[in-house]
Design a protein around this ligand. Structure first.
Ligand code: ARG
Ligand code: ZN
Length: 882
C-alpha cells in the first residue's frame, strides 16, 4: 500500500520540470503476476537549468530491474531509489539522452485499481491522476507532454486483443504462444492519458465520417455475449461526435476511437486518448436490465469522455490544481449535449437537484474547497462535485454573462490559442476576456472562493411612482481556510411577474447592470430600482438557475404559486413549486419535533396536482414537479441540529396528504400512461414512464397493503418499471411477504447480471429505518456480495451511507460505527474507494448533538487506526478539523 504520509502540495510551488521529455517508447510483456515494462525515455535538459540538477522521476510500488543511460548500465553511484522517487545524476548538459528503465509489476494483486491491473482475465489501466508512476518511473505530472509508442506482448490465447492509445501500427505472432501489437499516438499527451487493455473481449463496430470527410473506426469492447447491450452506447457516441462538430466545431483526430467496458473500476469512466475505459455500468444497457436513468447516464458519460478529447486531451491541465479546467468545462459540455438531446428544462431541473443534493452540502461542510483549490494532500480526493458540478456552473455563468456569441468566440480562441498545451484557469478566463473585452477579474472569484453564496432579497412597490425597489445583499459563508470573502459577480436571471401572470418590461433599471433578463450583482449590498412597473410585481429570481447560490426572499405561497403557474421559464416554475414544498416540509419537521400535528399547505397540494394533471406540460416535467424535496434536501434547508427521523416522519405525512388529495389524478395517470407497444429509451417515452411511476408512488403511499405495488412488479416489462415497483414494495412494505417474494424473484432472475444485482443491493440498502443495518450486515454475507468489486461495495455500503438518512443516522450511532469498520476494512485494498464512501459523513456537524457525538467518535476511531492511506487520512482529518 502506498504509504504517503501526507505531504501537502501547494499551487504556489508550481514550477516547470528541469528536463523536457521528448519521446516515450514502452514495451510491455504482460503476465498476471510478473509483467515486465521497459520504458525508453528521451529527455533533454531545459534551457537555463543548472547543469548539476538531477532528473527526479516519480514511482509507486515499483520493482526496478534495470536502468540504462544511452544503452549503458548506470553506475549505482549515479542514482538513488527512494520510496516514491528515482533520482539520476550526472546527466548531459545540453544533449538529449535516453533513459531505459525496466520494472516488474503484478497486475493480478493490484487491488487499488490504479496503474496496470488485471481482473476477470482482462488487463486494463487507470492512470489519472497519478497511476502511471505505478507502471514505470516517470515525470508523472500533466504538464509533461510526449509522443508515445507502445509495444504489447502477451499470451495469444488469453489475450487475443492488445490495445493502446492512438493508431494501430501492426502486430505479429512471436512463435512461442505469444503475439505482439504496436500502437503509436501522434498527439503529445500527459501520462495520465496513457491506457493499455489486453484480454479476450467481444466488439461492436461502426464508423463515423467527420465533418472534413475522414472515416473513423468506432469500436466498443465488452465481455463476450454482451455485444447487444452496447448498441445504445454506440449510438450515443456517434451523436456525441456529431454534436461536438456542430456545437463547438471540434473534429475527432485519430483513425480509430475505442471504448472498453470493464466491471472493476473505481470511477465512472476515463478519457484516455483514443481508448476510453469505462465502468461497464455506463456502457451496457437493454430494456430488460437498464432503467431510463441508466440510459441517460450512459448517454451523458459517453459524451463526457468523448468531449474530453478536446477539453482535457488536446488542451490539458498544467497541474492538478487546474482539474476544473477540463472537468468543469467538460461537464458543462455534456450538460449542453444532453439538453439538446432531451428536454432542456427537465435536464436543468435534474442538474440542479443533483448540484443541490451533492455539491451544496460539500460546500457547506468540512470538505468545502474552491473550484480551483490551492493545496491538496491527496489529489484523488479532489475529483469532487465542487470541481465537476460547480466547475460546470462557473462555465455556464461565463456563457450567461457573455451571451451565446461571445462565449463561442471565447471558446474558439481557447482552442486556437492553447491546442497542444497544458494550461491554467487564468489562461482559460483570459480567452473570454480577450474575446469579449470584458473584465472578468471579479467573476474569477468563483474559482477561488469556496462556499455557496447567499443572496437575500426584499422588494418594495411604490404605486404612485410605479417603481419596484429591490434590496439585495450577498454573503459568502466562511469555509475551511477562508474566513473572509469578497463580493462576487453573480449573474441573476430574473423577471417581474404581474398579477395576471404577464411579465413587466424591465426597460428602466438603475442600481445594477442588466443584460436581457440577467441582473448583474457585484456589490455586497445593492439597491436596484425598476421603473414603469404598472402594479405590484412578483419577482422570479434565478431563472434556469443562472447562478449556483442560495436565495432568501420573503415570498408567500400565493406569490410562489403565481410563478409556478405563469413563469415562461419552466425551470423557474419547478423552482417555485419546490420552494413551496420545502417551506412546508421544514415547518412540518418542526411540528413533528414539537409533538404538534403536521399540516400540509394548500398551495403545495394544489400546485402539485395541477402540474400533474396539466396535459400541456411534458410528462417528464410533471414527474419532476411531483417529486418532493428529498430528506437530505430538507436537512440542508434546516441547516443545523438535524433529526433525520423527524424529517422522515414529516415528509411521509406530507406525501400521504398529497396522495389522498390527488388520488383521482394519480389513478387516471397510472391508467392512461400504461405503455403499449415496444420499449424505446427516448426521452419522451422515459418521461411517460417517469410520470406514471410518480403517480404510482403516491397511490402506493396511500395504500394499506402491498397488493398494488406487487401487481406493478408482476406487470413490469422493463427495468425502469420493475425496479421502481421493487423499491415501492421494499420501502413501503419491507416486512410483507410480497416484498420478500419480489426480492427473491428479482435475485433469481438476475443473479448472473452484476449491474442488475447492484440495484437489488441498493434497493435493500435504502429501506428506511433503524432495522436496515441488520439487513445490510446479512447482505454482506450473501454469496453475491463481493468486497473487491467497487460497484458492488458502492451499491450496498455506499448507498446505505449516502442515501438512507434514517437507516444510516440511527440514533444509537451504530450506522456510523458500522461505516467506520467498513472503511478500515476497504482502505488497505482500495483507498480511493474507502475515501469516497467516507465522504458520506461530510454533513455530520449539522446533526443534532447526540448523533453528532456518535459520528465524531466513529471518525476518531478511523483517524486513530494504525495504518491509514493518504486518501482516507486526508478525508478524516479534514472532517474532524474544528
Ligand atoms: N477524468 C475522469 C472523468 O472525468 C475521471 C477520473 C477520476 N480519477 C480519479 N482519480 N478519481 O471522467
Ligand atoms: Zn471528466
Amino acid at each position: 500500500m502506498r504509504t504517503n504520509t501526507g505531504q501537502i502540495i501547494h499551487l504556489e510551488d508550481y514550477r516547470p520540470t528541469d528536463f523536457v521529455l521528448e519521446r516515450v517508447d514502452l514495451t510491455f510483456e504482460l503476465d498476471p503476476k510478473e509483467t515486465k515494462v521497459e520504458a525508453r525515455l528521451i529527455f533533454h535538459r531545459r534551457e537555463g537549468v543548472d547543469s548539476a540538477a538531477p532528473l527526479v522521476l516519480d514511482g509507486d510500488e515499483l520493482t526496478m530491474t534495470g536502468l540504462l543511460l544511452d544503452q549503458e548500465e548506470l553506475a549505482t553511484t549515479l542514482y538513488d531509489v527512494a520510496e516514491d522517487t528515482l533520482t539520476i545524476r550526472g546527466l548531459p548538459e545540453t544533449a538529449p539522452f535516453e533513459i531505459t528503465i525496466t520494472t516488474l509489476l503484478s497486475p493480478e494483486t493490484n487491488t487499488q485499481l490504479m496503474g496496470l491491473y488485471r481482473t476477470n482475465g482482462v488487463y486494463s489501466t487507470q492512470c489519472e491522476a497519478e497511476g502511471f508512476r505505478r507502471i514505470t518511473y516517470f515525470p508523472d505530472r500533466p504538464d509533461v507532454l510526449a509522443v508515445y509508442t507502445v509495444n504489447i506482448i502477451a499470451d495469444k490465447a488469453s489475450s487475443p486483443l492488445l490495445l493502446s492509445n492512438g493508431n494501430y501500427l501492426g502486430g505479429a505472432d512471436m512463435g512461442d504462444g505469444r503475439h505482439f501489437a504496436a500502437w503509436f499516438d501522434p498527439h503529445p499527451k500527459p501520462s495520465y492519458l496513457f491506457a493499455l487493455v489486453a484480454g479476450d473481449l467481444g466488439v461492436v463496430e461502426d464508423t463515423f465520417t467527420t465533418m472534413s470527410g475522414r472515416d473513423v473506426a468506432l469500436k466498443i469492447y465488452v465481455e463476450h455475449g454482451k455485444e447487444p447491450r452496447a448498441s445504445y452506447a454506440m449510438d450515443a457516441l456517434k451523436r456525441s461526435m456529431k454534436w461536438d462538430e456542430e456545437a463547438f466545431g471540434r473534429e475527432y483526430d485519430l483513425d480509430i476511437f475505442m471504448i472498453v467496458a470493464v466491471s472493476d473500476f473505481n470511477m465512472g469512466a476515463m478519457e484516455n486518448k483514443g481508448l476510453n475505459i469505462f465502468n461497464d455500468k455506463y456502457v451496457l444497457a437493454d430494456p430488460e436490465t437498464a432503467t431510463d436513468a441508466d440510459y441517460a447516464n450512459i448517454e451523458a458519460i459517453i459524451a463526457h469522455e468523448y468531449f474530453h478529447n478536446w477539453t482535457g486531451n488536446r488542451i490539458t491541465c498544467r497541474d492538478w490544481f487546474q482539474l476544473c479546467l477540463k472537468e468543469g468545462l467538460t461537464v458543462y459540455r455534456d450538460h449542453e449535449f444532453s439538453a439538446d438531446m432531451r428536454s432542456r428544462a427537465v435536464k436543468r431541473i435534474a442538474e440542479v437537484r443533483h448540484l443541490k443534493s451533492e455539491q451544496f452540502p460539500e460546500d457547506a461542510g468540512p470538505l468545502a474547497h474552491p473550484v480551483r483549490p490551492t493545496k491538496y494532500r491527496e489529489i484523488n480526493n479532489f475529483y469532487t462535485t465542487t470541481v465537476y458540478e460547480k466547475g460546470s456552473e462557473v462555465t455556464r455563468m461565463i456563457a450567461t454573462i457573455l451571451g451565446r456569441d461571445l462565449f463561442k468566440k471565447g471558446m474558439d480562441l481557447y482552442f486556437d490559442r492553447h491546442d497542444g498545451q497544458a494550461v491554467t484557469i487564468e489562461d482559460f478566463v483570459a480567452c473570454f476576456e480577450a474575446a469579449s473585452g470584458r473584465d472578468l477579474r471579479q467573476f474569477a472569484l468563483w474559482y477561488h472562493q469556496a462556499g455557496t453564496p447567499l443572496v437575500t432579497a426584499s422588494g418594495a412597490y411604490d404605486a404612485t411612482k410605479q417603481t419596484f425597489t429591490l434590496s439585495l445583499e450577498q454573503t459568502v459563508p466562511p469555509t475551511p481556510g477562508q474566513s473572509a470573502k469578497e463580493a462576487m459577480h453573480i449573474p441573476l436571471k430574473m423577471g417581474l411577474l404581474l398579477e395576471d401572470g404577464s411579465e413587466a418590461a424591465l426597460a428602466a433599471v438603475s442600481g445594477a447592470d442588466m443584460t436581457d433578463d440577467v441582473l448583474h450583482l457585484t456589490e455586497r449590498n445593492q439597491t436596484v430600482v425598476f421603473s414603469g412597473i404598472p402594479s405590484r410585481p412578483v419577482p422570479s429570481f434565478n431563472r434556469s438557475f443562472s447562478a449556483p447560490i442560495n436565495l432568501h426572499i420573503e415570498q408567500n405561497a400565493d406569490d410562489l404559486a403565481l410563478i409556478a403557474h405563469h413563469e415562461s421559464d419552466l425551470f423557474a416554475r419547478w423552482q417555485a413549486l419546490n420552494a413551496i414544498a420545502l417551506g412546508n416540509l421544514v415547518e412540518a419537521t418542526a411540528n413533528v419535533r414539537a409533538g404538534k400535528p403536521v399540516t400540509s399547505d394548500k398551495a403545495l397540494i394544489d400546485g402539485l396536482i395541477r402540474a400533474a394533471a396539466d396535459n400541456s406540460l411534458e410528462p417528464a416535467f410533471r414527474s419532476q414537479a411531483l417529486a418532493l424535496p428529498s430528506e437530505s434536501d430538507i436537512a440542508r434547508e434546516i441547516g443545523t441540529n438535524n433529526d433525520p427521523d423527524a424529517i422522515h416522519a414529516a415528509r411521509q405525512q406530507i406525501l400521504t396528504a398529497v396522495a389522498a388529495a390527488g388520488r383521482d389524478t394519480f389513478l387516471k395517470l397510472s391508467d392512461e400512461l400504461v405503455s403499449s407497444g415496444g420499449f424505446s429509451p427516448d426521452a419522451a417515452s422515459a418521461g411517460r414512464r417517469a410520470l406514471r411511476n410518480s403517480a404510482l408512488t403516491y397511490l402506493v403511499q396511500a395504500d394499506e397493503g402491498p397488493e398494488r405495488a406487487a401487481k406493478a412488479f408482476a406487470a413490469a416489462n422493463n427495468m425502469t418499471d420493475l425496479s421502481h415497483a421493487l423499491a415501492l414494495l421494499a420501502h413501503r412494505f419491507p416486512d410483507s411477504a410480497e416484498a420478500t417474494d419480489a426480492l427473491a424473484t428479482f435475485r433469481k432472475r438476475f443473479a448472473d447480471n452484476a449491474l442488475v444485482i447492484d440495484k437489488w443491493f441498493a434497493v435493500q440498502a435504502t429501506i428506511p429505518g433503524a432495522g436496515t443495518l441488520d439487513r445490510i450486515k446479512a447482505l454482506m454475507n450473501e454469496p453475491l456480495f463481493n468486497g473487491n468489486n467497487p460497484n458492488r461495495v458502492r451499491s450496498l455500503v455506499g448507498t446505505y451511507a449516502f442515501a438512507n438518512p434514517t437507516g444510516f443516522n440511527r440514533a444509537d450511532g451504530e450506522g456510523y460505527r458500522f461505516l467506520a469498520r467498513q472503511i478500515l476494512d476497504i482502505d488497505p485494498r482500495n483507498p480511493q474507494l474507502a475515501a469516497r464512501i467516507l465522504t458520506s459523513m461530510r454533513s455530520w456537524r449539522s446533526l443534532e448533538d447526540k448523533r453528532a457525538g456518535h459520528a465524531r467518535k466513529a471518525l476518531k476511531e478511523i483517524a486513530g487506526a494504525s495504518k491509514l492511506s493518504a486518501d482516507v487520512g486526508d478525508i478524516v482529518e479534514r472532517m474532524l478539523k474544528a
